[in-house]
Design a protein around this ligand. Structure first.
Ligand code: ATP
Ligand code: MG
Length: 338
C-alpha cells in the first residue's frame, strides 16, 4: 500500500500484543456489520495457534459463531475442529435470563416474607425482569462468571453491536453505587429490627449476604476489566463515515470509564494494488471514498490504529479463512502490504 497508509501505524497489533504479554480478556466493538465477529474469531484462532488455551465466547443474543466456525457451539463449551487449543461458546441467553429470573424470584420472596408484605412475588419479579436492562445484566453476569472461572489463558469476547457493550461495563460502576446504597438501608433496617426484637442475637440475612457477594463480584469484575495489562477493547471500523463516528463515541466513553482501549482495526480496505485506471468506476469511486475517510482515521485515531485489513474477495468463514484474516491482522508484513 502507499507510504501514506502504513506511515500512520505507530504500533501494530503484533506490537501491542508483544507489549502486553499478560493480555487475557479481549473484546471487539463497533457498528453493526463491520467485522467484529470475524475479528474476534481470527484473534482467538491466532491466540490458540500460539499455544494458548483460548475461549471464543459470544454474549450477543444474536449469535453468529456457529455460522462462522461451521460448527454448533451453542450453549456448551465446544472444541473447535482443526484448532486444538480453541474452545468456542455461544452463551444461551434464554437460559441465562431464566436462571437470573429464578434467582431474583427467590430473593424477592424472601424479602417479602422478611418485610411481612403479603403480596405475591410474581408481580415484583415481572416488573424487575421486564426491564430491557435485565437481559443485559444477565448477560454481563454470565460473561464475568466465565472470566472468574479462569479455565482459559485467553478469552475473546464477541460483543453486542450497539451501546450495549459500554453499558454493560458502565453498569459495574452503577451496580457498586446501587449496592452500596442498598446495603446501607439493609443495615439500618436490620439494626431497627434487632432493636425492636427482644432477643439480641443476630439474624442471618440472605438478602444482605447476596448484596455483599454481588458487590464483591462487581468489584472484582471492575478490577479485571480496567486492568490494562489484562484487558483490551479493540474497535473495528470501516473507512466510512458512520462506523468511524460510532467508534469515536465508544472510545470516548470507554476512556471515561477507565476501560483500556487496545486500539482501532480498519477493516475491508480495498487493495489499491488491484485497482487500475481502467477498473470499474464503482470500484475506483469506492477506493477514492475510502481514501478520504482514511484521512479522518489518521486524524482521529492517531497512534491507535493497529491494523488495516483488506477487503477479501470472499466472506470470512471457517477456520482456514480465519487464519488468513489473522495473518492480515497480526503480522506486520501482511498489514503493511494492504
Ligand atoms: N475483510 C473482510 N473481507 C471480506 N469480508 C469480510 C471482511 N470482514 C468481514 N467480512 C464479512 O462481513 C460480514 C460481517 O462480518 P461480521 O459478522 O464479523 O460483522 P459484525 O460486526 O460481527 O456484525 P454484527 O454487528 O451483525 O454482529 C461477514 O459476512 C464477514 O464474512
Ligand atoms: Mg457479530
Amino acid at each position: 500500500m502507499s507510504a501514506v497508509e502504513t506511515r500512520g501505524i505507530t504500533e501494530s497489533m503484533a506490537g501491542y500484543l508483544a507489549g502486553h504479554p499478560s493480555l487475557k480478556y479481549v473484546f471487539f466493538g463497533g457498528k453493526g456489520g463491520v467485522g467484529k465477529t470475524v475479528m474476534a474469531g481470527a484473534t482467538a484462532v491466532w491466540a490458540a495457534d500460539q499455544g494458548r488455551r483460548t475461549l471464543l465466547a459470544s454474549t450477543n443474543p444474536v449469535h453468529s459463531l456457529s455460522g462462522l466456525l461451521g460448527q454448533n457451539v451453542f450453549g456448551k463449551h465446544t472444541t473447535v475442529t482443526g484448532v486444538p487449543n480453541l474452545v468456542a461458546l455461544e452463551i444461551d441467553t434464554r437460559d441465562a435470563i431464566e436462571r437470573s429470573k429464578r434467582d431474583i424470584q427467590d430473593k424477592i420472596q424472601w424479602f417479602l416474607k422478611f418485610a411481612e408484605i403479603s403480596t405475591k412475588a410474581d408481580e415484583f419479579v415481572e416488573s424487575a425482569t421486564m426491564n430491557p436492562a435485565f437481559e443485559e445484566s444477565a448477560m454481563f453476569e454470565n460473561m464475568i462468571d466465565l472470566m472468574f472461572k479462569d479455565e482459559y489463558d485467553v478469552y475473546v469476547f464477541d460483543t453486542a453491536p450497539t451501546a450495549n457493550a459500554r453499558r454493560l461495563l458502565g453498569m459495574s460502576k452503577v451496580y457498586s453505587l446501587w449496592v452500596g446504597k442498598m446495603m446501607k438501608s439493609r443495615e439500618e433496617a436490620q439494626g431497627l429490627r434487632q432493636l425492636l426484637s427482644f432477643t439480641k442475637k443476630k439474624e442471618s440475612d440472605p438478602l444482605m449476604e447476596y448484596l455483599v457477594d454481588f458487590q464483591k463480584r462487581m468489584e472484582h469484575a471492575r478490577e479485571l476489566l480496567t486492568d490494562a495489562e489484562k484487558t483490551a477493547f479493540f474497535f473495528v471500523t470501516l473507512p466510512e463515515a458512520l462506523p468511524i463516528a460510532v467508534i469515536t463515541r465508544f472510545i470516548n466513553w470507554f476512556t471515561e470509564f477507565g476501560i483500556p482501549v487496545g486500539g482501532v482495526l480498519v477493516n475491508m480496505r480495498i487493495d489499491r494494488g488491484v485497482v487500475k485506471v481502467d477498473s470499474a468506476e464503482f470500484v475506483r469511486n469506492r477506493l477514492a471514498m475510502q481514501d478520504e475517510h482514511m484521512q479522518t482515521v489518521w486524524q482521529k485515531f492517531d497512534g491507535q490504529v493497529r491494523a488495516i485489513v483488506p477487503l477479501f474477495d470472499d466472506e470470512v468463514r471457517g477456520t482456514e479463512s480465519l487464519r488468513r484474516l489473522a495473518r492480515a491482522v497480526f503480522t506486520k508484513e501482511t498489514a503493511a502490504a494492504t
